[in-house]
Design a protein around this ligand. Structure first.
Ligand code: SAM
Length: 262
């Protein structure tokens, strides 16, 4: 559990599909965080800020090409409506062209009182939204989604589990992957043996010190195997750095590097 004084994080989300987000925020930890008053998602339908009778929010792209583009004016009006209230906080446009979302960004956002996410759709959002109305663009990965809503769910979920008191004591965000720059260790539960697949003996040894040494080794091993790029910035002690350097060194063949006798 993340320690600290409980407080409310407000996430304003501008979207064309508020129902999609509402459904995702109504289950499990996000639902409980809402009920405890820790997480307040404020869903704003961009369509409510269209000024024509058909509630149009998109138009054809200038210069031609396929697809439709979300117009700048309804988005601007939606943001002004927030500014007239409690404010927007940081404004982030969800876009594959943005800065990559990661655990560090999740930690930074979780410390804010409020911020605003804008979900695009169709071919994207008029560039003036990004340039004139937003602080940054944020991407959740190098792939293209149909709309920003899944990205808003991913970001909200990653942040809410970092809020003080959002997780029960049975769930700890402190030990999660990336929290100390390493991947998490493997977890097991009963039964001890399933179809001959055994849980590592050390985990039932009752020796807490041995368990924590094993877990740390597993974290290092997994990170080396799957995400060696994380190691450089991870929080490691000198002994661990040495071990990693040794295991990364190519194996020497016997006789290799020996001085040839003249
Ligand atoms: C079909 S995408 C637009 C893609 C855009 N034409 C491009 O190629 O960069 C529609 C919307 O989905 C959202 N989106 C798509 N991929 C995303 C990603 N990787 N991260 C965050 N948002 C994304 C954005 O809000 C975007 O405006």
């Amino acid at each position: 559990m993340i320690k600290g004084t409980p407080r409310t994080l407000t996430v304003n989300i501008l979207t064309l599909f508020p129902d999609l987000l509402e459904a995702s925020f109504s289950h499990s930890i996000l639902k409980r965080a809402r009920e405890k008053g820790l997480f307040h998602p404020k869903l704003i339908n961009i369509r409510d800020f269209s000024r024509d009778k058909h509630r149009t929010v998109d138009d054809k792209p200038y210069g031609g090409g396929s697809g439709m583009v979300i117009k700048v004016d309804p988005v601007a009006r939606a943001l002004y409506s927030l500014r007239r209230g409690k404010g927007t906080g940081l404004v982030l446009l969800l876009a594959p062209t943005g800065r990559r979302f990661d655990q560090k960004m999740a930690q930074q956002l979780s410390r804010l009182e409020r911020f605003t996410l804008i979900c695009g759709h169709y071919e994207g959002v008029d560039q003036r939204v990004s340039e004139k109305l937003c602080d940054h663009e944020v991407s959740i990965g190098d792939y293209v989604l149909t709309g920003g809503e899944p990205a808003a769910i991913v970001i909200s979920d990653a942040i809410v589990r970092l809020l003080p008191q959002a997780l029960g004591s049975e769930n700890s965000a402190v030990q999660d992957s990336f929290s100390d720059g390493l991947l998490d260790y493997p977890h097991y539960t009963r039964p001890f043996r399933y179809r001959g697949w055994k849980v590592p003996d050390v985990l039932i040894s009752g020796a807490h010190k041995k368990v924590s040494v094993w877990r740390r080794e597993q974290q290092l091993k997994r990170t080396m195997q799957h995400r060696p790029d994380l190691l450089e910035r991870a929080h490691l002690d000198p002994e661990e750095r040495k071990k990693i350097a040794e295991s990364a060194r190519p194996e020497r063949k016997p006789g290799h590097n020996r001085r040839r006798k003249e």
